[in-house]
Ligand binder design. Sequence first.
Ligand SMILES: *Cc1c(COP(=O)(O)O)cnc(C)c1O
Length: 451
Amino acid sequence: MNQAFDLKQLLTDPIVAALARAEETAWFAAKPTDTAAGLDASGIDPAIIEDARARFGRFALWFAQHFADTLATDGILESPLVNIPAMQAELGRRFGAVLPGKLWLKRDDSLPVSGSIKARGGIHEVLEVAERLAIAAGLMAPGDDARVLDAPEVRQLLSAHGIAVGSTGNLGLSIGIVASELGFNTTVHMSLDARTWKKELLRARGVNVVEHEGNFSDAVAAGRRTAEADPSVWFVDDEASLSLFAGYSVAGSRLADQLTALDITVDAHHPLIVHLPCGVGGGPGGVTFGLKAAFGDAVHCVFAEPVNSPCMSLGVRTGLHDGISVADIGLSGLTAADGLAVGRPSRLVGEHLQQLIDGYVTITDERMKAFVGLLHDTENIDVEPSAAAGFAGPWRILKDESYRAAFGLDEAALANATHIIWSTGGSMVPAAEMADYVAEGQTMASEITWR
Ligand SMILES: *Cc1c(COP(=O)(O)O)cnc(C)c1O
């Protein structure tokens, strides 16, 4: 790509310089923007949230019939919110600072169907494409229960259409599982870092898995090219899709329902602070959009990225968005965190949502892994490394006095705070691989100190 920037000039920013050295960084918005104004400035219509939520509702009985792990939630793809006091206390000891308020884990690692946050966005887009095709063919009416898609003539229609996606793994898994279940002819372009078990699981379902030598962006580009050449193929574009984004955004109103059920208040005196692992940005961006629409100024959203692929931190900080990649500042882009090895951020999120994002934190692979080990030891919960990217975030906020002062997070407010670490993947990781993550993390426990 033609470099339209002066690298030397960019590196005079101490944050960009620290990103280039692959050091942990944390920086926050200087002052709050009114959430309503931020939502407006995004140019994204909040009506997409309700539209997507209604779509998931129409598919609930279809999911309950096709995926046994959705029965417990009546076919709704949702995850529990759990309190993790032992982890909170242990992190407080190790970081040398008691965290006021309560620490929670949002268990998207255990979302049904595909075991990661991608079950929100990726699946939503597949459902939308299926409905659109069936309605256009006169085989479904808008608002119909999605079980009509099981009729033989609809399945025949869908099998004449392709769905393609480029993915580091989890998105391909979500889309491949649901698209193949609906009868689509499905192709997943995987990058080099994608795990073998994901490829095998998809192939076992009849999905065409194409492996690429390059990174995530190369896999996406390859998928886009093949789909462009064939009009019967729908390409799910992780870097720019509004339908994916809409699927993720449903998490906001659902979380509001969960907090209400738990009797947890969220307002200016009871802040909600959410830490979201970020790859290309669609997942955390969509969730942020939904959360801000649900809670307004009372919710704070912080993105967490690996030190070797901090594409969103870099894109927003420099204002260059997808015009700069982590390779441009000398970073490898390689990380043990599945789904987060992304070199260039989403156009949709960085540019359009930056007014709604409170802060950006980066974390080393060693510390992510150490959090996995510690979560296992303190709470007996196992997640994959990417899902643990957010655990330093609450303490980064605690130690950032200027952010806290600017955003009204004084002692009294923090004492009432609800801190949520969004855990984004893990339940489909084979047991032996998960045991390796935990064992490796346990050997790295000494990484968790304040620095
Ligand atoms: C994809 C993914 C993310 C981040 O989502 P993006 O849309 O890429 O930002 C976080 N965690 C896991 C486990 C993922 O698979």
